[in-house]
Each structure stands twice: as structure tokens, then as C-alpha cells.
Ligand binder design. Structure first.
Ligand code: 5GP
Ligand code: MN
Ligand code: MN
Ligand code: MN
Length: 291
């Protein structure tokens, strides 16, 4: 493949990898601002959210109108059918003409290969804590894991999973995978397994949606470590070069940055305490000729 991406020697140590890689990269911080007027006629408006974790009833802002609504995963707490139905109803109430959704690690029911529950420790803590933290019972979680054909309940949006869609000539691609952390859905070991998913992203993608951040952008965890994927950064910078890369997952990494070429958007609506406080991120893209 042209511009093939290799495995970085520090692939499994993202904090150390970024220390090295950041020496030769620009990192520009961009302020999040909700536009006060509609998009120009010759532009397409995108509105991005992520990590709403079944808490949309608690949001205190209005979701800005636009042409395309994007949700970058973790729309539930554990992917239970009731949560998916509620999310589908909510997204159905939004005014956007196009709505695009990917799954995150919390959408257990969307990952057909996710069958183990409480095999090791579930999530970031021991089971007892975890259940308290998410307000979920073991029964809720087994329920989610045992639900089949869950995608049928997402009737009010386009669900992308290692797949793409073209809207007004803009090529959009979505992927739920992330470097593994605590036995969740769509977890993969860092390095070649993650890269094999990023290798599926078409090189002509204009807007990339992943649940995980790439290394170095919106991936700084409050403990001070970096959690982004090294091979995802490499893939977007050297091969795909999308105009926008939208993601979430690391709630405390919310915000917009750039390397001078690509705009990176961590659209996590929930903050580190699972309070849905962060505003949607809006951007406008010029329409291609003929649209
Ligand atoms: P979630 O459980 O919603 O996927 O992620 C919630 C929080 O867990 C993130 O905001 C971050 O603090 C932490 N987290 C998620 N993935 C990772 C990871 O790969 N490494 C570290 N250190 N923390 C993570
Ligand atoms: Mn999340
Ligand atoms: Mn490209
Ligand atoms: Mn997540």
C-alpha cells in the first residue's frame, strides 16, 4: 500500500512516544465556539458530540442545528437495548438532515465478539466499584452482552463500523476500535492489531470518526499519561490526511487542536465525572463544486 504505516518502536508506551514525536510537530490549540448564525449557503455545517453515556436528558445546552450531526461513540453506559432505544429517540428528535453514529467501548452489545463478562476485572476497577460507578447492575451488563442484532434499533441515524458514507461529496468514515484498556468492547492490543483496523480507512477520507483519539491530540488523561493510539496518528498524518478527525473517549481531552494541517476534535460531551457539560463542536466545510 502506498504510504504504508509501520509499527512505532514506542507503540505500547504512548506517553514516551509522544515525548519523542512531539519534538518535530506543531500543536495548535483552537478555541471551541458555537457559531451564532447559520452556515453560509455554500457550506455544510457539522455538529459533533461524543460520550453522552445515556445522559442526554441532563444536557443544559441546545444542540446547534446543522446539516450533519456526528456522534463519536459511548452513547450508552453498557449498550443495553433500553439505552439504545432512548438514544435513537433522542437523535431522532434532532433537526439535522444527516446523523452519523459510531460505537465506543461502552456499547457492549454492538461488539459481536464481546462475550466475556467479569472474566478478569471489568473496566477500570473491581466489579463492585464499577457497578456503583456506572449505576449499572451485573444483570444490566449481561443483558447488554446477550442482546443480538442491536443495530436494528438505530433507525434514526447512519451507523458506521469500519465503513463510510458520502454526503454531498464529503467522504466520511467511522471506526469504533481503541487500544485496550480494561476489557471493554472494541478493545485491541496496541500496535499491529489496531493498525490493521486503521489500514481499512480509505486514503480519500475527508472526515474520519474514531472513538479513540490519536496520540498527542485530545488524549491526555488527568493522571498525566497519554492514551491515544500511535499508529492512528501515523495513519492520519502520513496516509489518510483527512481534513477533520473527530473522536472522544478521553473525556478530559475535550477540545480542538491541529498539527497545522488536520483539525483534531475531541467532542466528549461528558467530563471526567460523567457530567455532560462540554458543548458540541461545530465546523463548516465548503461545498464541493456541483453540490
Ligand atoms: P470511558 O470508560 O468512557 O471509555 O472512558 C472514561 C475515562 O477513562 C477517560 O476519560 C479516561 O480518564 C479513562 N480512560 C479510558 N481509556 C483509557 C486508557 O486507555 N488509558 C488511561 N490511562 N485512561 C483511560
Ligand atoms: Mn466515554
Ligand atoms: Mn487523503
Ligand atoms: Mn470510551
Amino acid at each position: 500500500m502506498e504510504g504504508e504505516v509501520g509499527i512505532h518502536p514506542l507503540s505500547e508506551s504512548p506517553t514516551a512516544a509522544w515525548k519523542e514525536i512531539s519534538q518535530t510537530q506543531k500543536l495548535i490549540k483552537i478555541k471551541v465556539k458555537i457559531p451564532q448564525s447559520p452556515a453560509d449557503e455554500n457550506k455544510l455545517r457539522f455538529v459533533c458530540m461524543s460520550d453522552t453515556h445515556s445522559l442526554v436528558r441532563n444536557i443544559v445546552f441546545d444542540v446547534p442545528d446543522g446539516d450533519v450531526f456526528i456522534h463519536a461513540g459511548d452513547f450508552t453506559k453498557c449498550g443495553q437495548k433500553e439505552e439504545v432505544v432512548a438514544f435513537n429517540n433522542w437523535i431522532g428528535s434532532l433537526p439535522h438532515r444527516h446523523k452519523i453514529v459510531i460505537a465506543g467501548n461502552h456499547e457492549l452489545s454492538f461488539d459481536a465478539k464481546f462475550t466475556h463478562i467479569f472474566k478478569k476485572k471489568f473496566a477500570h476497577k473491581e466489579v463492585g466499584d464499577e457497578v456503583a460507578h456506572y449505576g449499572k447492575t451485573k444483570d444490566n451488563i449481561s443483558d447488554a452482552v446477550n442482546t443480538v442484532n442491536i443495530k436494528q434499533f438505530l433507525t434514526n441515524c447512519t451507523y458506521l463500523e469500519d465503513s463510510g458514507i458520502e454526503i454531498c461529496g464529503v467522504k466520511i468514515y467511522g471506526s469504533p476500535w481503541q487500544p485496550e484498556f480494561g476489557d471493554w468492547a472494541f478493545n485491541l492490543p496496541r500496535g499491529s492489531e489496531c493498525l490493521s483496523k486503521w489500514n481499512l480507512i480509505p486514503s480519500d477520507t475527508d472526515i474520519l470518526i474514531t472513538h479513540t483519539p490519536p496520540l498527542g491530540h485530545g488524549d491526555l488523561v488527568c493522571s498525566g499519561v497519554r492514551a491515544g493510539c500511535v499508529e492512528l496518528l501515523n495513519t492520519v498524518q502520513t496516509r489518510v490526511q483527512p481534513k477533520y478527525h473527530v473522536f472522544g473517549h478521553i473525556h478530559e481531552g475535550y477540545g480542538v487542536t491541529s498539527d497545522g494541517k488536520i483539525i483534531f476534535i475531541n467532542a466528549s460531551t461528558c467530563d471526567i465525572n460523567y457530567i455532560p457539560n462540554n458543548l458540541p463542536v461545530v465546523f463548516d466545510m465548503p461545498l464541493k463544486p456541483g453540490f
